[in-house]
Design a protein around this ligand. Structure first.
Ligand SMILES: *Cc1c(COP(=O)(O)O)cnc(C)c1O
Length: 842
């Protein structure tokens, strides 16, 4: 890659402080990179060239830490977390790296001296959107915290050529556009082709007896695919630690191409190559839904096998024995997407490294920990046994053997309980046969955790009840967290500055210290400043909405925000029902005293999820009517912000007054958007779901707007027979709202458009919108009244921020380290390059 170009130059500069942090050194490096890497001089350079030059300047400074970190881990053989995740929703890297290196201000000044604007340069970066939503973003926050806490770790995932699609809105509807994030090059990665590995797919197995008379199995694959690692540096906040995110890219192996080339089938060879590269071509755009596609299973085994082979290479490189695998590594499975790890590690240890079943199983079970992320049945991954066996014949055999031994144990503990055996089996045999990935993960790991207290309880009582009865000691809860570096320091510089001025800047890595703000909650001058900061942030977002949506937004209005993936269980349409109700009330009683409100939505719908797409259309239909109604001017506005991604998230959270967390209780495992909003001074309206429960406990019931059925009440209502029709008939305002949608008020008179959505609500309503409607609308009235009392609202806002300490991803990672990983921190000393040169010379 590019660095070759400036090696000579680096040699000349060796005497200087080449990666120094003074403005002069930074400017010099920036211009050198523009010249020697981008090959441009200022008159021809684009903003993107300048961005690249700056990115390389920052990367050079990361590399020094990266190399020192790798050297220390290698020398010390440090115990390492391998965080396996099909998704890493990293977001833009430049700004975040500037924050973590502690050079944001100095770089801002340095580029300004050169006549450039740092914000504009940061806008040039293509966002690495290698995830769908919360799960992928959690993985990214955890990498930041592991590096900040000096925990040796490797993130392992897939280098999708196309990340999550870009969302466009045309005629009020979502249109998906491919995300070509690599088009202009990615300065934040280093390809490591020398560490490429092969992954086998398809074919069949053959049993044989080896020379020592042992039963062995050989797998003759139909296809081999090469995985090439691309490394991204993950710098900790003001530490020398720089860990690695290793993403695998699929390629056709040369050997196979040559065979076909030699047989003269030139086009066939190219075709074969294409289908191999398909493996890492595109991220599946489903959040909380499993599609059961063959290519998706192939992606999973691909990155799992690459990662495990990489770990075995590192183990050997450090001179450690296979038996030391579980001392060297702890593997955290981020949901079941990498659950095939259980079978693949067994296969590698037995078939490729000659261990016995018992030795391999001992290592496997000691090494793997599993995080469950969902209570949604449609998100629990299961693969048709036939498909699984065709793609992974050896893994299916291993899974059958694991299952056989596992069910023997169950039978011994619970004799004559065939129902229990059926429920626990790794194979679902109730109809078409499926491999249940969550069961595989539970049996193969030493730790099983949920992502919030309520979620973990529901796992124990319901989704994984039988496993809890079998292995209570494996279960633990790890409430999610978010990184304050990206979601405060980078995204909300005004509030950051005020916090620094008030309590010093140590809260950035010790978020508990925000507690000290409580003393200021009643201070009128502090409250005034706090309010002005929120207003300024709202002003910024109003400007953005003016540009994006062509709307004039009053920054004094209540910014009522729901941004997250669009999903029926998240109930964006409950929010819409409230908007329509408020609209009807204002039409009927123009003198009604309610504060002006701006309802802001954002989020992507899975391309094949029709009802979710209808929900987007409904928001835009309601927006069209309300925003064009002269009677609603200065009273209500509705905005759908297109293409919600990490970059947009960073604009939105700091500008919110009200955070909508209104999922049906028992469905949202944790949520992390709820934490980002509250950390940025928004007050929550929410149900007792996911981490909302803990957020409310922390901030105090008086600073949280609670409504809706609890999880037990949801179960009870469903058990007694829920009939949405009763609520529809029993509440005139609810009926009016639903009827107005049905007759086409928000679809230009077309009564067909939203029929599937309304039919589903009236006939089935699986997420109990109608049952929660009245309480929600009443709660929103209290929100409106509270907002009119500025002092009261500002106090709530301050206390929300002051009490968010628990929800730092640093706390989550410390909990994992203490309870699950047992990984000591490894502080890094920077090695200097001259010393490295001396080692070479020896
Ligand atoms: C935090 C975040 C999410 C998760 O939001 P929830 O409200 O917890 O569902 C999704 N997407 C992006 C871009 C985020 O930053």
């Amino acid at each position: 890659m590019q660095p070759a170009a400036n090696l000579n130059h680096a040699a000349v500069q060796v005497e200087d402080d080449r990666t120094g942090l003074t403005p002069e050194t930074l400017k010099r490096a920036f211009l050198d990179n523009l010249f020697y890497i981008q090959g441009k001089f200022p008159r021809l350079a684009t903003q993107h060239d300048y961005y690249m030059a700056l990115a390389y300047t920052v990367r050079d400074r990361l590399l020094q830490r990266w190399i020192s970190t790798a050297a220390a881990y290698t020398e010390q053989g440090s115990r390492t977390v391998a965080y396996l995740s099909a998704e890493f929703l990293m977001g833009p890297q430049l700004g975040h790296n500037l924050v973590n290196l502690g050079i944001y201000d100095i770089v801002q000044q340095a580029v300004a001296d050169l006549g450039l604007n740092l914000d504009e340069l940061m806008e040039q970066e293509a966002e690495p959107g290698l995830g769908n939503g919360g799960l992928g973003r959690l993985a990214a926050c955890y990498l930041d915290s592991m590096a900040t806490l000096e925990v040796p770790s490797l993130g392992y995932g897939i280098r999708y050529e196309f990340g999550i699609f870009r969302q466009d809105i045309r005629n009020g509807q979502q249109v998906e556009v491919t995300d070509k994030w690599l088009r202009l090059g990615n300065p934040w990665e280093l390809p490591r082709p020398e560490w490429a590995v092969d992954v086998k797919l398809g074919g069949h197995t053959e049993a044989y007896t080896d020379r020592s008379g042992r039963y062995r199995v050989r797998w003759i694959p139909y296809q081999v695919i090469k995985g090439v690692p691309y490394d991204m540096p993950i710098a900790g906040y003001r530490t020398n630690t720089c860990n690695t995110l290793r993403l695998w890219s699929a390629q056709a192996p040369e050997a196979f191409d040559f065979e076909i080339f030699n047989s003269g089938d030139y086009l066939g060879a190219v075709q074969d190559k294409l289908s191999s590269e398909n493996l890492s071509k595109v991220l599946y755009p489903n959040d909380n839904i499993s599609q059961g596609k063959r290519l998706r299973l192939a992606q999973q085994i691909f990155f799992v096998s690459c990662s495990l082979q990489d770990m075995l290479r590192i183990l050997a490189r450090q001179g450690l024995a296979l038996s030391q695998f579980s001392q060297k590594f702890v593997i955290q499975l981020n949901d079941t997407h990498p659950a095939v790890t259980v079978a693949e590690l067994m296969r590698l240890l037995m078939d490729e490294h000659g261990l016995s079943w018992d030795a391999a199983w001992d290592i496997t079970q000691r090494s793997i920990a599993y995080t469950n992320h969902t209570l949604m049945p449609e998100a629990l991954e299961k693969w048709p046994v036939d498909m699984f066996g065709q793609l992974l014949p050896r893994h299916l055999e291993i899974i059958y053997e694991i299952n056989h031994r596992f069910l023997e144990q169950v039978r011994a503990r619970f004799p004559d309980d065939s129902d229990r055996l059926r429920r626990l089996s790794l194979i679902d045999e109730s109809g078409e046969r499926y491999v249940r990935m969550a069961h595989l993960a539970c049996v193969g790991s030493f730790s099983i955790n949920g992502v919030a207290a309520l979620h973990t309880e529901l796992l124990k009582q319901d989704v994984l009840k039988d496993f809890y009865e079998l292995y209570p000691e494996k279960f633990n809860s790890k409430t999610n967290g978010v990184t304050p570096r990206r979601f405060m320091v980078l995204s909300n510089p005004r509030q950051t500055e005020m916090l620094n001025r008030t309590i010093g800047d140590t809260w950035v890595s010790r978020l508990d210290e925000l507690k000290r703000l409580e003393a200021k909650a009643e201070d009128p001058s502090f409250q005034h400043d706090w309010h002005m900061i929120k207003q300024a942030n709202k002003g910024d977002l109003a400007n953005y909405m003016a540009k994006q949506n062509g709307l004039v937004i009053n920054p004094e209005s209540l910014f009522d925000v729901q941004v997250k993936r669009i999903h029926e269980y998240k109930r964006q349409h409950l929010n819409v029902l409230h908007i329509i109700t408020l609209y009807h009330r204002l039409k009927a009683s123009p003198n009604l005293e309610v504060p002006p409100r701006t309802f802001i939505f954002g989020g992507k719908a899975a391309p094949g999820y029709h009802v979710a797409k209808l929900m987007i259309r409904l928001v835009n239909g309601v927006a069209e009517v309300i925003n064009h109604d002269p009677a609603m001017r200065d009273r209500l506005k509705v905005v759908f912000l297109r293409n919600f991604n990490v970059r947009l998230a960073q604009r939105i959270y700091p500008a919110a007054d009200l955070s909508e967390q209104i999922s049906m209780a028992g469905k949202e495992a944790s949520g992390t958007g709820n934490m980002k909003f509250a950390l940025n001074g928004a007050v929550t309206i929410g149900t007792l779901d996911g981490a909302n429960v803990e957020i409310r406990d922390e901030v105090g019931a008086e600073n949280f707007f609670l409504f809706g059925l609890t999880a037990p009440e949801v179960y009870a209502l469903k058990a007694q027979g829920y009939n949405p029709w009763d609520y529809y008939q029993g509440d005139p305002e609810l009926k009016q709202a639903l009827d107005s949608i049905l007759v086409g008020t928000f679809s230009r008179g077309d009564g067909e458009v939203f029929k599937p959505l309304i039919d589903s609500l009236l006939n089935w309503d699986p997420y109990l919108l109608l049952a929660d409607y009245q309480d929600y609308v009443a709660c929103q009235e209290r929100v409106g009244q509270a907002f009119c009392d500025r002092t009261h609202w500002t106090r709530m806002s301050i206390l929300n921020v002051a009490r968010m300490g628990l929800f730092s991803s640093d706390r989550s990672i410390q909990d994992y380290c203490r309870d699950v990983w047992r990984t000591p921190a490894v502080p890094i000393e920077l090695t200097d390059h001259a010393q490295l040169g001396e080692t070479l010379a020896v």
